[in-house]
Ligand binder design. Sequence first.
Ligand code: BDR
Ligand code: CA
Length: 309
Amino acid sequence: MNKINVILDCDPGHDDAMAILLAGYAPNINLLGITVIAGNQTIRKTALNAANVASFLNINAPIAIGEKNPLVRDRIICEEIHGESGLDGFIFPKYEHHYEKEKAYQFIINECLKHDKVTIVATGPLTNIALAIKAEPEIIPHIEEIVFMGGSLTNGNISPAAEFNILCDPEAAHIVLTNGIKTRMIGLNITRQVLVTPQVIERMEKINNKASDMFTKLMEVFNANQNKTFGIEAAPLHDPVTIACLIDESLLTYQDMNVEIDLSHGPSYGRTNCDVFSYLKKEANCRVAIDIDVNKFWDILEKGIKYYG
Ligand code: BDR
Ligand code: CA
């Protein structure tokens, strides 16, 4: 099988942890590395979380630490959902972690130049990726695609208009979308359908291995925090949809369209302006996911969890 070269850029994060889990399992993915960005928590914490998840699951991918701040705006974190550690709910064994010497953006550059084609999957703010594009535009032809969890065809989750990953660094998202790179957006309109219901928890718990133990313990806290913040009973499991759609291309349906980031610093700052009806007559720059087969997603996650023993 011809595997897809993938760099996973993430900010774990409960749902990012599940994206790492799926990336470690995916039979058609060659995981070149995990790059980390600040987002759900500070960079020190998200880096430790990424390394802990990878060690716990014996995923042997290099880990490179990225930026602690966005390009222009002030930093925001998401402690109310992901807790003080960024991954509240599960206690990992103590590991000695080894991180790459180079920063995440440099790691992305090196890997892209080393390989003919690389797919970058982003489940956090897009700062590392934007920096890599700006610092070394020669990587652009090597980027097969940037698949990102972020944005929304409808309303936001951190402001009326904006989704968290995009609002964390709207200027970076703008760079990702305006450099002629193939992009695929998986926004809240999709991930709000992927709900961690009690039935889902029960189904995964039954697998009864270390990955299912991590899943259930993390999801209990994730659900409780989403309930406190948004008043919902079951949390949307955003990030692993990015990897799942690479495992099975039929998981999502898409529409090509022009997507522009609101950089106005006003009330809609960070909004993904998705031109569904092509009002602006601008060229499509993004393949936007518009529907998901949710049952298929849970089947993929179940297989992924079972893979770990
Ligand atoms: C995104 O924000 C983060 O809190 C999650 O990890 C996900 O990547 C959802 O808006
Ligand atoms: Ca994330």
